[in-house]
Ligand binder design. Structure first.
Ligand code: G3I
Length: 362
């Protein structure tokens, strides 16, 4: 059931990383790119894990792509496999960016995680205008078009994204659920399995990382779907940490992941970023140190869990993060810095924190 990377020989690599470990705790926010120690991907592969990043055309220049290929063994298009990006006009697809990402991954021995087949947040405008009874047909045509194009090339798919309401009590009422009905979830997974039986099929959501109402609901939904023989392989815990109130307790995250694995599912962290806004007060130096510690604590709680498949960061350089767009909509214009590499692509303390976790002997 669990798909893990092959184990690499890493004795030499681990030695380098142990030496680099001294850098964590130093006061600089970033270090030279040439001094970054063992690549995350080698460390992750030694543990049978993936370490991925969401990619966006804004950061796909030569320097950025070289860094991605060096550090990560998996990529996810941040936006360009979403329905609203692929099929702005019904029946006419633009595969340009998605193809570029898949080609890049293949050339560099990286896996692709597709994101996201069914998400109410990424339906094209025309979908809202078609009659209700046509909606499932259009959605299934979309799933079919994308999964057929990338069959055998996309290793795993976020099949359904964010289906649960924030109150943690029900299925979210969306264009797909027609008043909170869950049938579309089962239908989407069954169709996805039929289209590419080899692909790993994932349910992905936010606010379900630790223990609480919404993660209990997610757990119950997964249990019910599995009981009904719906082909779900894995759950993605998004892990966007945007403010102090959003910091999950690492032990709760581990407990949540473990209960999901007991259902027979694997679990990944799917969209991790840690905004500096999560640490109000203090100097920039302190914020960057606390950011690194949090990355480290959460990942350390998960990497040893049997059935934990890996982590994807929602971007890799602070040059481009969705958090800035979110803040701008709230009238906040100070640039955020929630990722592992700074705006010049230098590794931050957060990078070294992740490196330390991955380098520990399992
Ligand atoms: O491409 C257009 C550009 O032409 C236009 O000038 C500009 C003006 O706003 O918008 C650009 O599109 C934006 C796009 O990101 C590309 O950067 C969209 O407005 C904006 O809505 C879109 O936001 C994305 C969001 O999902 C909605 O699709 C974020 O980049 C992306 O990080 C975010 O990712 C989601 C995951 O898919 C699901 N989980 C939560 C996560 C964060 O919201």
């Amino acid at each position: 059931m669990f798909h893990r990377f092959g184990v690499w020989t890493t004795v030499g690599i681990l030695a380098v990383v142990m030496a680099r470990g001294a850098a964590f705790g130093q006061s600089e926010g970033a270090e030279s790119a040439d001094d970054s120690g063992a690549p995350l991907r080698a460390l992750a592969e030694a543990r049978g894990l993936h370490v991925g990043a969401a990619v966006h055309p804004a950061t796909m220049d030569d320097e950025g792509l070289a860094l991605l290929a060096k550090q990560f063994n998996q990529v996810t298009p941040e936006n360009h496999m979403k329905w609203s990006f692929l099929e702005r006009r019904r029946g006419s697809h633009d595969w340009t960016v998605a193809d570029r990402i898949v080609d890049f991954a293949e050339k560099n021995g990286m896996r692709v995680k597709g994101h996201a087949l069914i998400w109410h947040g990424s339906v094209p405008d025309w979908f809202h205008k078609i009659p209700d009874e046509e909606r499932w047909r259009a959605a299934s045509e979309h799933i079919t078009a994308v999964m057929t194009r990338y069959k055998g090339r996309v290793h795993s798919w976020d099949v359904v994204n964010e289906a649960l309401d924030d109150d943690g009590r029900r299925i979210r009422d969306t264009v797909f659920s027609e008043g909170g009905r869950a049938d579309y979830i089962a239908r989407a997974f069954r169709l996805a399995r039929e289209l590419d039986p080899e692909a790993k099929l994932i349910y992905n959501d936010y606010g379900c990382e630790g223990l609480g109402k919404k993660s209990n609901l997610q757990y119950e939904l997964m249990a019910d779907l599995l009981k009904a023989k719906v082909p779900i392989d894995e759950v993605g815990l998004q892990m966007h940490i945007l403010g102090p109130e959003g910091i999950p307790n690492p032990a709760d995250v581990a407990a949540n992941a473990r209960r999901l694995t007991r259902l027979g599912l694997s679990v990944n962290i799917s969209e991790m970023d840690v905004a500096l806004a999560a640490f109000p007060g203090g100097t920039m130096e302190e914020k960057l140190r606390r950011q690194a510690e949090l990355y480290q604590e959460i990942l350390a709680a998960c990497v040893g869990i049997e059935g934990f498949s890996g982590v994807t960061f929602w971007g890799y350089t602070d040059r481009n993060t969705w958090v800035n767009g979110l803040n701008a909509r709230k009238g906040l214009h100070e640039p955020e810095a929630p990722l592992l590499f700074d705006r010049s692509l230098k590794p931050k303390l957060a990078f070294f924190g992740v490196q330390r976790v991955l380098s520990k002997t399992p």
